[in-house]
Write a protein that binds this ligand. Structure first.
Ligand code: IPM
Ligand code: MN
Length: 370
């Protein structure tokens, strides 16, 4: 039986296309061997779309994105587009996708796989067994708040400004996702803001506290200032289970959390919208790492984060948990076998290329299902 699971692939720029290529191979293998029946379309986003169409996201691609069951996204940006007008910058294409699809909850798990506990710059005992989930609000806050811009003051000097703004609804919906996730994990949520300085931070804390009391009092809720959270993430990361925070703090704290695991090259993410009439959420899956223009095109990139993003898609968009675990296990086995790209390589072993990891993934998948 074939089902129609429509997935739009947007490989983007830099290492995006290389890591996406390895995912395509995994998807094809699973279509052939596990009956996953994904129907894949490809499109352009970011600098690649700008070069072809003069805009980082065309309306046609956005329409296709809206009609898909899920999106697999690579990465966008690079110095090549430094002088492109702001509204057309590669990053603008990604931000528009997030906003128009209303992908408000960005799940960024940071887990330390056993095989990689040595790859972290922190002591092994601090990070081994780590499993935290950062839930970053993704469609509001200073990324989108108005007014924003630059202007000239009466004395002739200029200024630049952005606006941090959150509505009750925007805070509640991302908090709900966090509390529900915590219930399936270790039942603890840290809500992170700067209520000591920002009005929007005071409001964030108020809204979360009220929602918690009304609907989620079975979950442990703790409040933490963002600067303290950055410090605690490197001091004692295992105190965290779920962290919920705004768009900007989430951007910064998730890069920090990513490095606990050894490399940005390992971390996937899921960006989820509200459930539609059929219960399915709009969703986009992308690695936390960027386009890494310095190593693009050299087959040096680690495809794991992209492959693990595909595993998140299996789990969150299609409820295919067994298949997701299969992919995650294959990634772990490849690492355990000692094959490493340069970002996580061990002393005395030579790094391998992107496609060698891809080959190894396919053979692990065969072994695990054979
Ligand atoms: C991320 C990235 C993006 C962001 C950029 C590329 C716009 O850093 O997804 O973390 O700041 O959200
Ligand atoms: Mn970022």
């Amino acid at each position: 039986m074939t089902t129609n699971r429509k997935v739009l692939m947007l490989p983007g720029d830099g290492i995006g296309p290389e890591v996406m290529h390895e995912v395509s191979r995994v998807i094809k293998w699973m279509n052939d061997n596990c009956g996953t029946a994904f129907d894949i379309q490809e499109g352009l986003c970011g600098g690649a779309a700008y070069d072809a169409h003069g805009t980082s996201l065309t309306n046609e691609t956005l329409t296709e994105a809206m009609a898909s069951d899920a999106i697999l996204f690579g990465s966008v940006g690079g110095p090549k587009w430094d002088n492109v007008p702001r509204e057309e910058r590669p990053e603008a294409g990604l931000l528009r996708l997030r906003k128009e699809m209303d992908l408000f909850a960005n799940l960024r798990p940071a887990t330390v796989l056993d095989a990689l506990a040595d790859a972290s710059t922190l002591k092994k005992e601090v990070v081994s067994g780590l499993d935290i989930m950062i839930v970053r609000e993704l469609t509001a806050g200073v990324y989108f708040g108005e007014p924003r811009g630059t202007d000239t003051l009466p004395d002739g000097t200029r200024r630049g400004f952005d606006t941090e703004v959150y509505t009750q609804t925007e805070i509640e919906r991302v908090a709900r996702v966090s509390f529900e996730l915590a219930r399936k994990r270790s039942n603890k949520v840290h809500s992170v803001e700067k209520a000591n300085v920002m009005e929007s931070g005071v409001f964030w804390r108020e809204v979360i506290t009220a929602l918690h009391a009304a609907e989620y009092s079975d979950v442990d809720l703790l409040h933490m200032y963002a600067d303290n959270c950055a410090m605690q993430l490197v001091r004692n990361p295992k105190q965290f289970d779920v962290i919920v925070t705004n768009n900007l703090f989430g951007d910064v704290l998730s890069d920090c959390a990513a490095m606990l695991t050894g490399s940005l090259g390992m971390l996937p993410s899921a960006s989820l919208g509200a459930p539609g009439p059929n219960g399915q959420r709009k969703a986009l899956y992308e690695p936390v790492h960027g386009s890494a223009p310095d190593i693009a095109g050299q087959r040096l990139a680690n495809p794991s984060a992209m492959v693990l993003s595909y595993a998140m898609m299996l789990r969150y968009s299609f409820d295919m948990c067994e298949e997701a675990e299969l992919v995650e296990q294959a990634v772990q086995n490849v690492l355990a076998s000692g094959l490493r790209t340069a970002d996580i390589k061990q002393e005395r072993t030579a790094p391998v290329s992107t496609d060698v990891i891809g080959d190894a993934l396919l053979s692990e998948l065969s072994k695990l299902t054979g």
